[in-house]
Design a protein around this ligand. Structure first.
Ligand code: UN1
Length: 505
C-alpha cells in the first residue's frame, strides 16, 4: 500500500483524529474507485464484538433517555461543530473512498452539518398533542419518549450523510445508535466514528460510552442487527432486494423499519418549460455523482413540441461532459464504484438496444488505468417504456421518451415499482398543480423546475412503493425514532367511563 491514494487516505484519517493503524492488518480490502488501488485492509467486527456493541448501546440508552432533550441537543450541537471543523478533510475522504467529485464530497459533509443544526432546534420541539377529553375533569395528552437503540445500515453512495440523518435525530430523541456502514465504504465511517467518540469523550458523564456503536463487516453482521430485539428501530438504505429482507425480518419481531430503497426517478418536460434551466437541471440530476444517487434522474419524458429543441442539446452535453479524476476541480463525473457497477451499466445498455433504444454515449473511459471504472454517461432515446426502463440500474443512464399529453406522462412516470423522486419542468400553473395533485406524481418527492436529486435536509426524505415508505431527515421524520404515549388523566373525584359506559359496583 505505497500508492499515493493510500498515503492521502492515511493522512486524512490521521487529520480526522482516527488511528491510521485501523487501515492495516485487517481482512477487508478497501479500494479507491479513483484508481482502483488498495487503500486499506480494515479489521472486520466479529459477531461477538457486534453483540457487545449492541449491548453497550442498550446500556447507553438507559442513561441517555433520561438526559433532558435540550441537553441532548447540546451534544448534537457539539457534533455539528466538530463536523464543521472536519468538513474539508472528511469531504476529501468521501471523495477518495467512493469517488465523488470533491464538491459533492464536501456537500455530503454539509448535509451532516445541516441535519445537526436541524436536530439541535428539534431538541426543544419534540411536541406531543393535547386533545380535548370527552370526560369532565380529565386531560388527554400524548408525549414522545425515546424508543431504544437504533440500528443504521447505510449504502456506499452517501457513506456518511445517511448515518447523520438518522443519528442526529436519534440522539436528540434520546436513542443510542449502532451503525453498519456499507462494506464498500468503511473508512469514512471509521473517521466519523472517531469524531463522534471525541464528542462523547468531551461531553462528560451525560453522554455514556456506547452511545454510538460501529460495526464493520458484510451482510451477516447486517442480519445480526436486523434480528436483534434490543434494536426497536432499523433504518436501512440500499437496494429493494435488501430492503425486502430487512423489512420482513424486522416486522417478524415487531420492530419498526425505516426503509430507503431504490428509485427510478422521472422528470417531465412540458411545452411551457424554461429549456435552459431544464438542460442544466437534467445534466446534474442524471449525471451528477455518476448516476449513483438513489434520487438520480433515470427517466425523462419530453413533450413532442419541445423534444427537438431540448434533446439534441442534451445529447451534446452528454458528449462533452467532463469525466475524470474527482480530485480534479474540473471534473463533473467521477468513477463508478467498481467493475460490477460498470458491468451492470453495460448490461442495461445492451437490454435497451435490444428493446429498440438509441444509445448516445456509454462505454468505458480510461482515466486512471485498468483497475478503475469510469464510464461516459448514456442518454437512451426509447420508443416506449420497455422493461429495462422500469428497472433501476445504479449508473448514469437516462432513458428519454417523447410524450403527447400530461396524463400520459404522469401515467408513465407512476408505472414503475419504485416511488422515490420526481419532477416537472413547467411554467403553466395548471400543469404544475396537476402533477402535484392527488392524481399526479405518486412519489415521496415531487419537485417543480428542478431535477429529482439534491434534496435539502429540511423536508422528509423517502419514497413510496418499492422505495420502502420510510422518511428520514426533516419535517416530522423524528417521530419514527420515538415511541408515542397517550396519557389520559382523571383529576376529578368520580370515574366517568368513556363512551358513557356504566359499570357501577
Ligand atoms: C441517496 O442517494 O441515498 O437528494 C440519498 C439527494 C441527497 C440524498 C440522496 N440529498 O440527492
Amino acid at each position: 500500500m505505497t500508492n499515493a491514494v493510500a498515503a492521502e487516505t492515511r493522512d486524512l484519517i490521521a487529520a480526522l483524529g482516527a488511528d491510521p493503524a485501523l487501515l492495516a492488518g485487517g481482512t477487508r480490502i478497501v479500494r479507491s474507485p479513483i484508481t482502483g488501488d488498495v487503500i486499506a485492509e480494515v479489521a472486520e467486527t466479529t459477531p461477538a464484538e457486534a453483540a457487545e456493541r449492541i449491548a453497550a448501546a442498550a446500556a447507553a440508552f438507559r442513561v441517555w433517555r433520561t438526559v433532558p432533550a435540550p441537553r441532548r441537543g447540546e451534544f448534537v450541537r457539539q457534533l455539528g461543530e466538530e463536523l464543521r471543523g472536519a468538513k474539508e478533510a472528511l469531504g476529501r475522504l468521501v471523495s477518495l473512498e467512493v469517488g465523488k467529485a470533491l464538491s459533492e464530497g464536501l456537500g455530503e459533509v454539509q448535509e451532516m452539518i445541516d441535519i445537526c443544526d436541524f436536530a439541535v432546534g428539534l431538541s426543544r420541539q419534540l411536541y406531543g398533542l393535547c386533545m380535548p377529553s370527552e370526560r369532565g375533569d380529565h386531560r388527554l395528552t400524548e408525549q414522545w419518549h425515546p424508543i431504544g437503540p437504533v440500528g443504521v445500515i447505510s449504502a456506499f453512495n452517501f457513506p456518511v450523510a445517511v448515518w447523520s440523518w438518522n443519528a442526529a435525530l436519534a440522539f436528540v430523541c434520546g436513542d443510542s445508535v449502532v451503525w453498519k456502514p456499507s462494506e464498500k465504504a468503511p473508512l469514512t465511517a471509521l473517521a466519523v466514528h472517531a469524531i463522534v467518540e471525541r464528542v462523547i469523550g468531551n461531553f462528560g458523564p451525560d453522554a455514556p460510552a456506547g452511545l454510538a456503536g460501529l460495526i464493520i463487516g458484510g451482510r451477516d453482521l447486517g442480519e445480526l442487527l436486523v434480528d436483534d430485539k434490543r434494536l426497536p428501530v432499523i433504518s436501512a438504505t440500499g437496494s429493494t432486494r435488501m430492503g425486502r429482507t430487512v423489512g420482513e425480518r424486522v416486522a417478524r419481531r415487531f420492530g419498526r423499519s425505516i426503509l430507503e430503497l431504490g428509485g427510478n426517478n422521472a422528470s417531465i418536460v412540458t411545452p411551457s418549460a424554461d429549456l435552459d434551466l431544464t438542460l442544466r437541471a437534467v445534466a446534474f440530476g442524471a449525471m451528477g455523482t455518476a448516476g449513483q444517487r438513489c434520487t438520480t434522474m433515470r427517466r425523462l419524458f419530453v413533450h413532442a413540441d419541445v423534444y427537438d429543441r431540448l434533446v439534441p442539446r442534451l445529447i451534446e452535453v452528454y458528449r462533452t461532459i467532463s469525466i475524470g479524476d474527482p480530485r480534479d476541480p474540473g471534473t463533473l463525473v467521477g468513477p463508478l464504484i467498481d467493475g460490477e457497477a460498470f458491468a451492470a451499466m453495460e448490461r442495461a445498455l445492451a437490454a435497451a438496444r435490444a428493446a429498440g433504444g438509441r444509445v448516445h454515449g456509454g462505454g468505458r473511459v480510461d482515466v486512471n488505468g485498468e483497475a478503475s471504472f469510469y464510464a461516459r454517461p448514456a442518454l437512451v432515446e426509447m420508443g416506449e417504456q420497455a422493461d429495462c426502463v422500469r428497472e433501476e440500474t445504479f449508473a448514469p443512464i437516462l432513458y428519454v421518451l417523447k410524450y403527447r399529453t400530461l396524463d400520459e406522462a404522469i401515467a408513465w412516470q407512476n408505472d414503475v415499482p419504485q416511488g422515490l423522486s420526481s419532477s416537472i419542468f413547467a411554467t403553466d400553473i395548471r400543469e404544475v398543480e396537476q402533477f402535484l395533485s392527488a392524481a399526479g406524481s405518486d412519489c415521496g418527492i415531487a419537485n417543480v423546475n428542478m431535477g429529482t436529486s439534491g434534496a435539502e435536509i429540511g423536508g422528509a426524505f423517502g419514497g413510496e412503493k418499492e422505495t420502502g415508505g420510510g422518511r428520514e431527515s426533516g419535517s416530522d421524520s423524528w417521530k419514527a425514532y420515538m415511541r408515542r404515549q397517550t396519557n389520559a388523566i382523571n383529576y376529578g373525584r368520580i370515574l366517568p367511563l368513556a363512551q358513557g359506559v356504566k359499570f357501577d359496583i
